[in-house]
Design a protein around this ligand. Structure first.
Ligand SMILES: [Mg+2]
Length: 218
């Protein structure tokens, strides 16, 4: 019998990226002698997603003396040191696997930073596999992204798999198109009108895992 598969998004699903970034932007602007309005601008630039090219723009804009590579490495190190996954969520990931689930992470982004966060938070060692979009240029909501994430968990996409995430288009729309059932982490936001809804809506990752554990008891 196939083990049930669940894929988790990383940012603002298993970890609080949004909260971490504000603290990082404050430290970055202090370190480089920038002003408050520049702090907001830097935060805006990294808000959706950060890549080395983002730091190329920041370096040019503020005429920073260090190289893009140095800025990017510092960003990866600093964010990895600041970010955390709640201990209860880490425990529940263990519980899911003990209950027979295959557990994976399916995340868009750059390899360096996503893997640094996964290692630093302890998530890496609690999942069967991880797929980061940059590894094969396959981004959510493309079905290929989910298929590659399933492959990293030594399984395939099939009816009965699940996707858990906070992004209505990337995680929920993409997961549904890939044939997965979906759980939306709403982070206190309303579901966007006109989009077909998720199978379930919950406030956080713990509630999502509780729901999956209930299903595994079926
Ligand atoms: Mg997310």
């Amino acid at each position: 019998m196939l083990q049930p598969l669940v894929l988790f998004d990383l940012d603002n699903t298993l970890i609080d990226r949004r909260g971490t970034l504000a603290g990082w932007a404050a430290e970055f602007t202090t370190e480089h002698g920038l002003q408050d309005d520049e702090q907001a601008y830097v935060l805006g630039m990294v808000a959706e997603r950060a890549y080395p090219s983002t730091f190329d723009m920041i370096r040019a804009l503020y005429r920073l003396p260090m190289s893009t590579t140095e800025l990017w490495r510092a960003y990866c190190t600093e964010i990895a040191a600041m970010v955390s996954c709640p201990a209860e969520v880490l425990d529940e990931l263990d519980e899911l696997r003990a209950a027979g689930w295959r557990v994976g992470v399916a995340t868009n982004g750059a390899m360096d930073i996503q893997h640094a966060k996964l290692r630093a938070t302890g998530i890496s060692e609690r999942v069967d596999g991880v797929f980061v979009s940059e590894e094969a240029d396959a981004r959510k909501p493309q079905t290929q992204h989910f298929a590659l994430a399933a492959a990293r968990c030594s399984t395939v996409l099939y009816d009965g798999g699940w996707m858990v995430g906070d992004n209505p288009v990337h995680d929920i729309g993409g997961g549904r198109s890939a044939g997965l059932r979906t759980i939306w982490i709403n982070n206190d936001r309303p579901w966007p009108p006109n989009d077909p809804g998720p199978d379930h809506t919950v406030p956080n990752a713990r509630a999502a895992i509780d729901l999956l554990l209930l299903h595994s008891a079926d």
